[in-house]
Design a binder for this molecule. Structure first.
Ligand SMILES: *Cc1c(COP(=O)(O)O)cnc(C)c1O
Length: 378
């Protein structure tokens, strides 16, 4: 069994994807081919935004967004303590101080109460400027934007949505990648909409930021690539990746998103009486980048993971360590008090195999193994 079976997806889409790649090879328009523009239009329309700028990966997408928001030395960026490293790495790379905020135990997303405490602590300390909030749409579910956006407005702080795992999710029909002043996603192969290498995109409705990001991503270009008006980076989405994504995006919309939601529903039905299953809030829709359960403690979690491995069932721990304990942030004064929920979750969480091509008998086998082991221990 595969944790996320990309081979099955390729087998199903092989004729279209092979043709799409071949066309790029024949046309040899490897950089900035028309497929990139076509993809940007399709994705902007899907999430309901004016601009989509495709780029090299999700990490660059965050970096480009932070550059457009002019984030740097003296600024604070609020980041969930429980997320992939890049959410906190990119503000630190920009020269700002990431301040970590706790998350909810049931949805694993940013806790607005913890966010407001962190903002007040920074304001009271009076040394740094609260500049950006980066809510993460963790494991596919949008963060609690009604509350987070209200707090952002109250204190005059930008919101940068990290939807690297959230593409395809929505809140009452409003799509992920439409919640932030700027929103970012990733097309890393294992993400909800993945390509066959690295890829990412930035979304915004703001013309000025969009123009800045288009410049920053090509060496700070002005009139052209050899007229340079900013210090930028080099981060474009390859035409081959755009061509692959155009094909995969159709499958994603037509049936993958629905199929992965069905797998999640079945897991929840089969497991909810014996472990903590992930909660999707009323009115929220997840694109299920991960299906993560919570065990009672670290010992039970590690025991279950070893048992599943014996049975040939892969599982993963996302994430092993809270951001505030990552060595890379040592000495940055970036933690806030009260990050206990994240610390507990890291010890108890386990992600089960999940993808749109998972069969009923496979998910039943995984659920049965989890049940056996958990009930055995009682
Ligand atoms: C994957 C991920 C990123 C980075 O995306 P890459 O394409 O791997 O650079 C950023 N934030 C979160 C939450 C992610 O899961």
């Amino acid at each position: 069994m595969e944790f996320r079976d990309l081979k099955r997806q390729y087998q199903k889409l092989k004729p279209q994807i092979d043709a799409a790649i071949s066309k790029v090879l024949v046309d040899t328009n490897f950089i900035s081919g028309s497929q990139v523009t076509e993809l940007e239009k399709a994705l902007a329309e899907y999430v309901g935004r004016k601009h989509c700028i495709a780029c090299g990966n999700g990490t660059d997408a965050l970096t480009l967004a932070l550059m457009a928001l002019d984030v740097g030395k003296g600024d604070v960026v609020f980041v969930p303590d429980f997320t992939f490293f890049a959410s906190g790495e990119t503000p630190a790379f920009a020269g700002a101080v990431p301040v970590f905020v706790d998350v909810y135990e049931d949805t694993f997303n940013m806790d607005p109460a913890s966010l407001e405490n962190a903002i007040l602590a920074v304001i009271n300390a009076g040394k740094l400027v609260p500049k950006v909030i980066i809510p993460v749409d963790l494991f596919g579910q949008p963060a609690e934007y009604d509350k987070i956006l209200a707090i952002a407005q109250k204190y005059g702080i930008f919101v940068l949505e990290d939807a690297a795992q959230g593409f395809g999710g929505n809140i009452r029909g409003k799509m992920a990648c439409s919640f932030g002043d700027i929103s970012c996603t990733s097309f890393f192969p294992a993400k909800p909409l993945g390509c066959y290498g690295d890829g990412g995109a930035v979304f915004t409705d703001n013309d000025e930021w969009a123009a800045l990001i288009r410049s920053y991503q090509v060496h700070g270009k002005g009139e052209n690539k050899y007229d340079n008006v900013h210090i930028g980076i080099n981060s474009r989405l390859d035409t081959i990746q755009a061509a692959i994504l155009l094909e995969k995006f159709q499958a994603f919309c037509k049936y993958e998103l629905e199929a992965v939601n069905h797998v999640a529903e079945r897991y929840t039905e089969l497991l909810k009486d014996i472990v903590s299953v992930p909660v999707v809030k009323e009115g929220y829709y997840s694109s299920w980048a991960q299906y993560s359960i919570l065990l009672e403690n670290e010992e039970q979690r590690d025991g279950l993971q070893a048992y599943l491995k014996e049975k040939g069932i892969p599982s993963m721990v996302y994430y092993q360590k809270p951001m505030h304990l990552q060595k890379a942030f040592d000495g940055m004064e970036c933690t806030c008090a009260g990050l206990g929920v994240t610390e507990k979750i890291c010890k108890r969480i386990l992600a089960l195999p999940m993808h749109p091509y998972m069969e009923e008998n496979e998910l039943e086998m995984v659920a049965e193994a989890v049940r056996q082991k958990v009930l055995d221990g009682k």
